[in-house]
Design a protein around this ligand. Structure first.
Ligand SMILES: [Mg+2]
Length: 180
């Protein structure tokens, strides 16, 4: 069995793509500037790239699973040539959360099992406290980006708070080479 790889887990909305209120249509998808370059750098450094996203809009009935998948295809298209290893999503709502919904670690553990990921060397990048808590709950190091809702979550206790995903990649690569 090959050695386990470290991963960088990414929230989607407000982190990889610009935040829109319940993104339900591919025409609303716009990658954050610098996201592609950041992902390529992390991939070249040996990190698996995994998206973990809460999509309560499905559970609320705002859009369908099919809508979600059409949006997802557009996200993957816009993030090329970076290759996303896997994507996990949860459709439950905050008032009726499933055991998978972030800040639960379930989606990270699922990814770890299915793709041979070493969580102890992995990172979580997101724009909300729930993303950072999810990462911390799984023993990951965490980065909060100030895009999306980030500026409302500055006191979330992340290892780093940075302007956007490009800076997040730089921070992770620096820490990976020279860990504290
Ligand atoms: Mg988000």
């Amino acid at each position: 069995m090959p050695a386990e790889r470290p991963a960088v887990f990414f929230d989607r909305d407000g982190t990889l793509i610009h935040e829109v209120h319940y993104c339900s249509n591919p025409s609303q998808v716009r990658a954050v500037e610098g996201a592609v370059e950041a992902l390529v750098k992390l991939s070249n450094a040996g990190f698996a790239l995994v998206i973990v996203t809460n999509q309560s809009g499905i559970g609320r009935g705002y859009f369908t699973q099919d809508d979600y998948h059409r949006v997802h295809e557009e996200v993957l298209w816009q993030l090329q040539p970076a290759v996303i290893t896997a994507t996990y999503y949860d459709e439950s709502t905050p008032d009726q959360p499933s055991p998978r919904r972030k800040p639960s670690t379930a989606m990270l553990e699922e990814a770890s099992r299915e793709h041979g990921l070493d969580l102890t060397r992995s990172w979580m990048v997101g724009d909300k406290t729930s993303d950072v808590e999810c990462g911390k709950n799984a023993g990951l190091r965490t980065v909060l980006v100030e895009t999306g809702h980030g500026k409302d979550h500055l006191d979330c206790g992340a290892n780093a708070v940075v302007p956007d995903i490009g800076y997040a990649a730089e921070f992770i690569l620096q820490e990976a080479v020279c860990p504290k």
